[in-house]
Design a protein around this ligand. Structure first.
Ligand code: ADA
Length: 555
């Protein structure tokens, strides 16, 4: 399952999840059977394997159509895709989906082979040794689709509330994969209304956007307290026949900045949430759906209303769950703590641009996503870094004007980019990395933000927290004990949750997560884990759980 709802009733889709042949690349290596999706680290022989391996699967084409479309929701972290030994796709980044269309595939048996590499090297600017783990494998779902010569690539649904009426701009992106022009009709069906565009000439080998601007009445809006969703069904008709379709699930909601607050529809919001890595015990980043549900059940039990997808785009199944539950999402591109030298890697710009484009294009219709974030704790204190931040804000704004942008900084008192985002966010570990009064340090930070470009903008404390090793109890309440984690979290929550100058907080972090040992990360991370979770990597609650629940449920 790639989504929580069916995206096609007409297009023929087949899941390729399940057993694949697997082996390390190279000669005469041992053959395994590996489940897709999963991390290869789940297998005892590969629990710390960093390198290259290949997956193979035989697929059968039982109907002749114009093209075969392969849809990969996530491969960690570099993939080369071969179809009958012909290379058909290359993709970098574990956290964004990609697809490839192979025209005119013959009936019968074919070989699909995917070479996957999770090694660290100069070609990888974003997956580097870090305070989270870059797993290996086909870690999210895969499917194959039979498509006609003109098919619906994607849809963008942008709702707006004007003069007490819901309006929506709907863009339908069509692609003609063959060498002959085709005339089609596009039909949209949503909220009991049907819209049609007839006699559209789609030229050979081109993409074309068909746009609708419509008004709606008797609409139930999407909000955190009433997350009402609508299915948007699109059909492609040629010569009186429905040749393709695509179904999206959308919500009528608008995100607005009013002064230093963020509003959803007619409601001012305060974000109380968690930073959540995609990491769960032996499952690594390939978290099964029922455990995604478990995570959200726990977050909502704690009184959270939001989640930050630190530090990369998340699995669409998780975003679908957030849509259904009204959990507000800060989704961010893939980057964590890159120095200027690392941002100057020759692949950084392209890899970020691709990640931003794939994130926005594929996740655009999720009403739960209310903020796009970029470049967590990168070199925003430098002129060259500022240029890169500005370019990425501009890129995302060019694709989506409906959501505010932000970036979590730790360049305190030196950051020169605070004027660029719509929302100013900062990471602060008072009581853990620096022992001083939380209130005093917080006022220092807000005074600096106001002077350096953040005046009048919404402000989020995007990270704060402390380490607590599950099961480590200490009368002296030493650092790394569960007791000290309670002390530090409560001293921070008391200040942040009662300050009208901020509009949100994200605790670092929801659950403990594995980190990479390289670059000495292990030395500052007992167990080679980031132990700042409210629960551990198996979601076992630490002492701090009840303290967070008490504070979050007061707001
Ligand atoms: C930073 C970073 C997080 C994590 C945190 C920590 O704020 O953004 O990814 O590394 O520090 O645990 O120190």
């Amino acid at each position: 399952m790639l989504r929580l709802f069916e995206q096609h009733h007409v297009r023929k889709v087949k899941s390729l999840n399940g057993s694949w042949n697997f082996k390390k690349t190279g000669e005469a290596t041992k053959e395994y059977t590996m489940i897709v999706p999963s991390c290869w680290e789940q297998h005892p022989d590969f629990s710390s394997f960093r390198g290259e391996a290949e997956y193979k699967k035989e697929i059968f084409i039982t109907e002749k159509t114009a093209g075969l479309r392969l849809d990969f929701k996530g491969i960690s972290h570099t993939a080369d895709v071969y179809f009958d030994n012909q290379k058909v796709a290359h993709h970098y980044n574990a956290y964004t989906p990609f697809s490839v269309v192979i025209p005119n595939v013959d009936l019968g048996s074919h070989e699909l082979r995917v070479v996957v590499d999770n090694s660290f090297n100069e070609n990888s600017a974003l997956h580097i040794p870090n305070d989270y783990y870059s797993y290996g494998g086909i870690t999210r779902g895969v499917s194959m689709e039979l498509i006609p010569n003109v098919f619906i690539e994607r849809i963008e649904f942008t709702p707006q509330y004007r003069d007490h009426i819901w309006e929506a701009n709907i863009k339908v992106f069509l692609k003609n994969i063959q060498q002959l022009p085709t005339t089609v009709t596009v039909q949209i069906d949503i909220a009991g209304k049907v819209f049609t565009r007839k006699d559209l000439n789609i030229n050979e080998s081109t993409s074309q956007v068909v746009e609708f601007n419509e008004r709606f009445f008797d609409i139930e809006s999407w909000s955190p307290t009433n997350p009402h969703l609508y299915l948007l069904k699109s059909h492609l008709i040629s010569d009186e026949n429905v040749i393709d379709d695509l179904i999206e699930r959308v919500g009528f909601r608008e995100v607005e900045i009013r002064g230093n607050k963020v509003w959803i529809n007619a409601e001012e919001i305060f974000l109380k949430g968690f930073n959540r890595h995609e990491d769960y015990g032996e499952f690594g980043c390939a978290i099964p759906l029922q455990l995604m549900v478990h995570d959200l059940d726990i977050m909502q039990d704690l009184g959270a209303n939001s989640v930050r997808t630190c530090h990369y785009p998340n699995d669409e199944l998780f975003l679908d769950l957030c849509d259904e539950r009204g959990i507000m999402v800060w989704e961010e591109n893939h980057a964590r703590g890159l120095s200027l030298a690392e941002m100057k890697n020759q692949n950084f710009k392209k890899q970020c641009e691709n990640c931003n484009r794939e994130m926005v294009e594929n996740h655009y219709n999720h009403p739960s996503i209310i903020i796009w974030g970029i470049l967590n704790e990168c070199a925003s204190e430098t002129e060259e870094g500022r240029e890169m931040y500005k370019n990425q804000y501009d890129q995302i704004r060019s694709m989506d004007q409906s959501r505010p942008l932000t970036s979590a900084t730790c360049r305190h008192f030196t950051d020169i980019c605070l004027d660029l985002p719509d929302i100013v966010s900062f990471n602060m570990y008072t009581g853990w990395y620096q022992d001083m009064s939380v209130e005093e340090r917080h006022n220092q930070e807000l005074n600096w933000i106001h002077k350096e470009g953040g005046e009048g903008k919404p402000i989020i404390v995007s990270e704060f927290g402390a380490g607590g090793i599950y099961g480590y109890r200490d009368r002296a309440r030493s650092k790394w004990s569960e007791e000290r984690q309670v002390d530090i979290l409560t001293s921070n929550l008391q200040i942040y949750l009662n300050d009208p100058r901020i509009m949100g907080v994200f605790i670092w972090q929801f659950a403990d997560c594995r980190i990479t040992e390289e670059n000495n990360w292990f030395a500052a991370r007992p167990r080679s884990y980031n132990n700042k979770g409210i629960v551990d990597e198996y979601r076992r609650p630490k002492m701090v759980y009840s303290a967070v629940k008490e504070y979050f449920n007061k707001v």
